[in-house]
Design a protein around this ligand. Structure first.
Ligand SMILES: [Fe+2]
Length: 198
């Protein structure tokens, strides 16, 4: 009598896929968590010089000084190092972008509330538009081209004039007009706006 071949018993072997997926998800979450923490840390460090100022007005003035210093550093970087110029320009654009957003989203709307604020509001936005256009030109221009240096000089001149008006006239007048509590609230709002894009 022939015996049927013994049937192989299929034993259930738990797939390893579940744990692989779980481990992958875990490492993605850990990586995302570390990245998020690093991102928050970077934002805090970037905003710290402004946040440590006495108030919004002093914070913006410090940023003006830092911006002019960054432009001077870029202007002093030789055209023989175009990549170095590109890196510095990227940092400058980020710095100006964050500063402009703080002003446009928080400070300028407050300036507009004054009786003559409407016209000032329009002029300030126009200045910011010119600055953005010049930053675009700088981005597009060959970093070794003398036109780059000329546009950078124009940018510095335009910014200096714009900053002087803000620092000497507009900002002190707004700070004076607001109560202490309103100034504190404005300082907090401006720093929050800065942290968002820092
Ligand atoms: Fe400004």
């Amino acid at each position: 009598m022939s015996r049927a071949p013994a049937r192989k018993t299929r034993r259930y072997e738990p797939s390893n896929n579940g744990s692989v997926l779980a481990n992958t998800a875990k490492s993605v979450l850990v990586t995302a968590g570390v990245a998020a923490i690093a991102n928050i840390g970077r934002k805090m460090v970037t905003q710290a010089p402004t946040a440590m100022a006495r108030d919004w007005c002093e914070g913006l003035t410090r940023e003006h000084e830092a911006t002019l210093a960054a432009i001077d550093k870029l202007a002093a970087t030789s055209a023989d190092h175009p990549q170095r110029r590109t890196v510095q320009l990227t940092a400058l654009k980020h710095m100006i972008g964050k500063h402009a957003l703080q002003e446009e989203n928080v400070v300028y709307p407050m300036l507009r509330r004054s009786p003559e604020g409407g016209e000032t509001f329009g002029d300030l936005h126009k200045d910011h538009g010119e600055v953005k256009a010049m930053l675009y030109e700088l981005t597009e221009t060959d970093k070794a081209d003398p036109a780059f240096d000329a546009t950078l000089r124009n940018l510095r001149d335009a910014l200096e004039e714009h900053m002087r008006e803000e620092e000497e006239v507009l900002f002190p007048a707004l700070r004076e007009r607001l109560s202490e509590a309103e100034n504190r609230k404005l300082t907090r709002a401006m720093n929050m706006a800065g942290v968002m894009v820092a």
